[in-house]
Ligand binder design. Structure first.
Ligand code: GUN
Ligand code: FE
Length: 421
């Protein structure tokens, strides 16, 4: 028996980043989690199927959070008057060390997964901590609550507190065993190799992880060229190597299934390398400002055709909602525009929407758009609380307002991989 899902309403998406496409009073049809089309009249073959009629509510693709730290949900909204390296020492490391405790982990991972789901994230690429048991627990919680994507047991064996410092060989052994156990265990949630960042990973660990990427053919997730202080540590450790990208590359960690967060200070050569390797960049505007890291050259990346999505980077960002990332990506790009003497044009609203849906979605397959053949990840948005002049707004203006003003209260239904969740 095939499983047909039909949603009716005002359907909107961005097949390309240049503009919205929308269909009022239309039907979105998916069979066995494959989108068949968007129709003004329901085709005869589906006449007997149930239609979920959402009136004139907006139906949009699910949002993708391309970089988020699950354990940091505990202390979101704290320490945001600190700079990155101070903030890591004061909040991130002490909090993460508590995830050796399964009871503690269960409480906070449940709350984290609920927050993502409620805020419209249907797929995510997620850091856990170094701890294998609680990482497995997080994966099971996400699967149960239907948040698809990748989770990484974190590797760190240097330049970090004793409570989080792994023995190098043990770190690799644990990662290998974790990959064997989890590679095919769940259907929506899979493992990704996750070195924290270059400063906290020895050469032994980076090299060993590169070998695991080859052996298991799994994605990679980390941070790249985020912060001047971070980059100075990397330059000191690898004086012969010009940039973070080349360090990761020499260990085989840049593939077309790698996602790297930030990329605020890329050199031209590093931009070319990232493009050539097919790496996806997770742009995390709220975090970039909060930890005073900087403003990435997002326009330059888009012009080069570098694959790009958005991340909340909880708890560098305090909001788990990717609408905030869309809105703040535009805001930050305007500061960049001013900063570059009006050279790097700021982002448009459809570009920001694209980054938060299809731009990140490509990392998971055919995800983030309602084109035929895509998976059905969808959100239903009730924007009636956002103002009293709704009937004077075009569909595109309604969507624009949702991006800037909506929150979890406006998300009234959520579908992930063809199933309402
Ligand atoms: N670099 C290394 N660890 C982290 C982290 O937890 N958050 C951010 N934003 N950057 C990092
Ligand atoms: Fe991060």
């Amino acid at each position: 028996m095939s499983d047909t899902v039909i949603l009716k309403g005002t359907i909107i998406h961005t097949p390309t980043k240049d503009q919205f496409e929308y269909y009022e009073n239309s039907y979105l049809v998916a069979v066995d989690n494959v989108i068949k089309g968007i129709y003004k009249e329901l085709p005869k073959e589906y006449e007997k199927e149930e239609v979920k009629d959402y009136g004139d509510k907006l139906i949009m693709p699910g949002m993708c959070d391309m970089h988020v730290h699950a354990p940091q949900y505990v202390y979101r909204g704290l320490g945001l008057d600190l700079q990155l390296m101070q903030w890591l020492e004061t909040y991130a490391f002490p909090t993460e060390s508590r995830f050796s405790d399964m009871e503690y982990a269960k409480n906070y991972y449940e709350a984290f997964a609920d927050a993502l789901a409620k805020n419209g994230t249907t797929r995510a690429v997620i850091f856990s901590t170094i701890h294998v048991p609680s990482t497995g627990l997080l994966m099971e919680i996400l699967e149960k609550k239907r948040i698809g994507g990748y989770v990484g047991k974190v590797n760190m064996d240097t330049l970090c507190p004793d409570s989080l410092r792994e023995d190098s060989e043990q770190s690799l052994k644990d990662t290998r065993e974790w990959l064997i156990e989890w590679k095919d265990k769940l259907s929506l949630v899979k493992p990704a190799i996750t070195p924290r960042f270059i400063p906290t990973c020895s050469t032994t660990v980076l090299k060993g992880l590169g070998e695991l990427v080859k052996e298991f053919d799994v994605p990679v997730h980390s941070h790249i060229s985020e912060d001047i202080g971070e980059m100075e540590i990397v330059r000191e450790r690898y004086p012969q190597i010009d940039h973070d990208g080349a360090v990761y590359d020499q260990f085989g960690l840049l593939t077309n299934h790698t996602v790297m967060a930030h990329f605020i200070y890329p050199t031209d050569e590093e931009l070319t390398l990232i493009k050539e390797r097919g790496v996806t960049i997770a742009h995390c505007p709220q975090s970039n400002g909060n930890v005073a890291a900087g403003i990435p050259p997002i326009r330059k990346m888009l012009n080069m055709g570098i694959k790009t999505g958005l991340g909340s980077d909880i708890a560098g960002g305090y909001s788990p909602c990717i609408f905030r990332a869309m809105s703040e990506a535009v805001y930050l790009s305007k500061l960049k525009w001013l900063d570059t003497g009006k050279e790097d044009m700021f982002l448009s609203i459809p570009e920001a929407f694209y980054l938060g849906t299809k731009g990140g979605g490509q990392f998971f397959g055919k995800v983030g758009s309602f084109e035929t053949g895509y998976e059905l990840d969808a959100l239903v948005i009730d924007d009636s609380s956002l103002g009293t002049i709704l009937d004077e707004l075009s569909v595109i203006e309604r969507m624009e307002r949702v991006i800037h003003l909506a929150d979890d209260r406006n998300i009234v239904a959520r579908y992930v991989a063809g199933v309402e969740a």
